[in-house]
Design a protein around this ligand. Structure first.
Ligand code: ATP
Length: 270
């Protein structure tokens, strides 16, 4: 088992779609939330970001989407590149136009708008034309048939699972290449969580959509992910294939803040 800060990239591997290199992030110039997080998302993979409450998952995803300044946070050192471009040089809207589309924690639907109106806002955000929006809606309804049934309902009156699907659908309307998802399982029944992850897997397999998904629910995330990174107290402490991580009995220790590795051991030729 090699020890490295980054997963080693085999010579033949394609360039990563997203590369996070040793970032440190702070809030209000004082609260250090990330002390050194590194990971790579390869084109076409589902990459799970795992860790306990407060480990730094949301902060990492906000750093990736350039949303920390809105919370008086910043990346103080290290670098993030999406498709070879320095994220620090691009605003959140420019990142969405380039295909990096976040779905942040809490689902954040517009409660008074219908499900369909919520979806349409995702297309408008990238300046899509009427015909593109219609095609986008068709794709979203094909992925989440439940949303087609609920299209005329105010989003605020739909179930938690339907709101999560609406939030994901709205992101899909922006034609993402990398979907950045924060805790899609939060507050949802196990069957609904399975349904959402199954649809994400299908989008990944059928359309080549790359996904970076933060989850406390390691069991479900490792069931669907290709590879994963574990965060503990603001550091990336483990990288590996989902298969290798599933076999680690000590993985649950990370969710209780125990068993912190000094560096990021490789679990497999990830
Ligand atoms: P959770 O699942 O609870 O969201 P997480 O792994 O996503 O956990 P973060 O939300 O990224 O963790 O939090 C990492 C650290 O940064 C925590 O110590 C948290 O208190 C702190 N933090 C997060 N947001 C802010 C903020 N807006 N201002 C100050 N500190 C923050």
């Amino acid at each position: 088992m090699g020890v490295s800060t980054f997963p080693p990239v085999p010579a033949a591997a394609p360039a990563p779609l997203l590369r996070i290199a040793a970032i440190e992030a702070v809030y209000q110039s004082a609260i250090v939330a990330l002390h050194g997080v590194s990971l790579e998302v390869r084109p076409g993979e589902i990459h799970a970001l795992l860790g306990a409450n407060g480990a730094g998952k949301s902060t990492t995803l906000k750093a990736v989407s350039h949303l920390l300044p809105a919370e008086r946070g910043q990346v103080r050192s290290g670098a993030i590149h999406f498709d070879g471009q320095d994220v620090a040089a691009l605003g959140p809207a420019a990142l969405v136009r380039r295909g990096l589309v976040p779905v942040l924690e809490g689902r954040r639907c517009f409660a008074h708008l219908t499900v369909e109106e919520n979806l349409v806002t995702g297309g408008i955000g990238r300046g899509a034309r009427r015909r593109e929006i219609a095609a986008g809606l068709e794709r979203v309804y094909a992925a989440f048939p439940r949303l087609a049934e609920r299209r005329r309902s105010p989003a605020g009156l739909t179930s938690g699972g339907e709101q999560q699907m609406t939030a994901i659908g709205r992101a899909l309307m922006a034609a993402p290449r990398l979907l950045v998802l924060d805790e899609p399982s939060m507050g949802l029944a196990p069957l609904v969580v399975q349904d959402i992850f199954r649809q994400l897997r299908r989008l990944n397999q059928e359309q080549g959509l790359s996904i970076l998904v933060a989850e406390q629910n390691s069991t479900v995330a490792l069931q669907y992910a290709d590879r994963a990174t574990v965060l503990d107290a603001g550091r990336s402490v483990l990288h590996g294939t989902a298969q290798a991580l599933r076999q680690r009995e000590d993985i649950q220790h990370f969710y209780f803040g125990q068993g912190v590795a000094e560096e990021a051991p490789e679990l497999a030729a990830a």
